[in-house]
Design a protein. Structure first.
Length: 108
């Protein structure tokens, strides 16, 4: 999972659909297209409910909308997801979400 935004993702043929949708959400957020980002998050959840990306990107969307409480909820669910699906994740993944939660708790 890449947390950075990029140019419009649909042009990168080297990415699979999950990566395009997931990274596309960040691009939409970064360009202020929050309603489009919300639709893309919903599409991620619908198409890839067994992946962490939709939770992570929904948390990013809540942050962009100025709702740290909802973002914290998403990031806590990311931690739960990692606990239930440890393959492919390491302690640094958990640390990243813990740090995001701590930061958001400090500003709400």
């Amino acid at each position: 999972m890449n947390r950075g935004s990029q140019e419009p993702i649909e042009r990168d043929e080297g990415l699979d659909e999950l990566e395009r949708l997931s990274n596309g959400v960040l691009y939409l957020i970064d360009t202020g297209r929050l309603e489009d980002a919300e639709r893309a998050c919903s599409e991620l959840e619908r198409k890839f409910p067994d992946q962490i990306d939709w939770l992570d990107r929904t948390g990013s969307l809540y942050e962009a909308r100025g709702d740290p409480g909802a973002a914290i909820g998403c990031y806590r669910r990311c931690l739960d997801f990692i606990e239930q699906n440890p393959e492919g994740f390491d302690e640094s993944s958990k640390d990243m979400y813990r740090g995001m939660i701590e930061h958001l708790e400090s500003i709400r």
